[in-house]
Design a protein around this ligand. Sequence first.
Ligand SMILES: Nc1ncnc2c1ncn2[C@@H]1O[C@H](COP(=O)(O)OP(=O)(O)O)[C@@H](O)[C@H]1O
Ligand SMILES: [Mg+2]
Length: 339
Amino acid sequence: MTAISSTTSPAGSSNSTAARAFPTRANYTAWLSQKQKRLAQEGREDVAHQRTLEREKEWIAASPKARQAKSKARYQRYEELLKQASEKQTQTAQITIPVAERLGQNVVDFEGLTKGFGERLLIDDLTFKLPPGGIVGVIGPNGAGKTTLFRMITKQETPDRGTITVGESVHLGYVDQSRDSLDGKKSVWEEISGGNELILLGKREVNSRGYCSSFNFKGADQQKKVGALSGGERNRVHLAKMLKSGANVLLLDEPTNDLDVDTLRALEEALEDFAGCAVIISHDRWFLDRIATHILAFEGDSHVEWFEGNFQDYEKDKMRRLGQDSIIPHRVKYKKLTR
Ligand SMILES: Nc1ncnc2c1ncn2[C@@H]1O[C@H](COP(=O)(O)OP(=O)(O)O)[C@@H](O)[C@H]1O
Ligand SMILES: [Mg+2]
C-alpha cells in the first residue's frame, strides 16, 4: 500500500463513488473491460463515454516512460497548448475549460514561505514557482496544511514569513473544500447558468443546457434543487461554475472526492487541454499519475517538497531520498514553531 492508494474496489460495483479509486492495475483493467462490455450489451451508444474508456485503456497500456514524456511535453510546450486550445472548439459532451487571458512567465512565486498555527509549524521555508502550463498535484496527509496553502494564495490567510507573489496576468479560480457557497433554492441549471440559455465560455457562446450536461447533469437532473443534491452532485455544480469563470490558474481542493468516474475522466481530459495552470489537492493516485506534471508534497516535519514529474516519478524519487519505508503512510508530524 502506498500513501495515496485507496481501499475500495470498483470491480463488481455499480456504485459511482467506489469507481473513483483503483487499488491495482489488474483490477482496474478488468473493471474497465466489464463496463465496456455491459454498455455494449445495453446497446448504449454513448460516444463520449466509449472514448473515455478507450483512452483509459490506452493509458494503462502505455509504458511509464511514455506517460512521463507526455506530462513533460505538456508544460514544456505551453505555447502550443494555447494554440491548440483556441483551435479545438468543438468537443462533444466533454468538459472544456475556457481561458480568459494568456499567462505570463510569472504565475505564482513562493519565496521562503513559512506558516504555522499555534505551536504547529505547517510549512517551513518553501520556495518554488508555478510554471505556466503546469498541472501540480498537491499531496500529503490530512491536517498537513494543503488547504492553508491555497488560502494563502487567495489571501484568506497570511504567511508568517516569506512571500507569495501572484503574477499580473493571473486570474485565480478557487473551489473551496467546504463548498458552501451554493444557493439551495436554485435549480442546478439556474445555479450554473445564472438563468441564461447562452453562456460565455472564454470568447465562445455555448448553450447552457449542454454545458450542464457535460458535467453529467442530463435532462431532469438540471431541474433538481441545489439544496437536495448529494455531495458529489454539489461538487459537480461547483466545478461547472468555476470552470466557466475564465480563470487561468485553477486551485482545486480535492475535486476528485465524490466524483463519478465519467465526470472525473472528463475533468482529466479538460485539464490536459487546459491552456493554463492548475494546482490540485488530491488523494487519487491514478488522477495524479495521469495528469500531474509536478508534485508538491507535504512530507512531514513541516517539509514541503517540490518535484518535477508525475506521482509515480515522485514516489521513486522519494524512495531514493528517504528509503523504501518512506512511502508507507504515516500520521502527520509537525515541527515546533519558532518565531
Ligand atoms: N485558521 C486556523 N486557525 C488555527 N488552526 C488552523 C486554521 N486553519 C487550519 N488550521 C489547522 O492547521 C492544520 C492544517 O489544516 P489544513 O490546511 O486544512 O490541512 P489539509 O488541507 O492538509 O488537511 C490543521 O491542524 C488545522 O486544524
Ligand atoms: Mg484540506
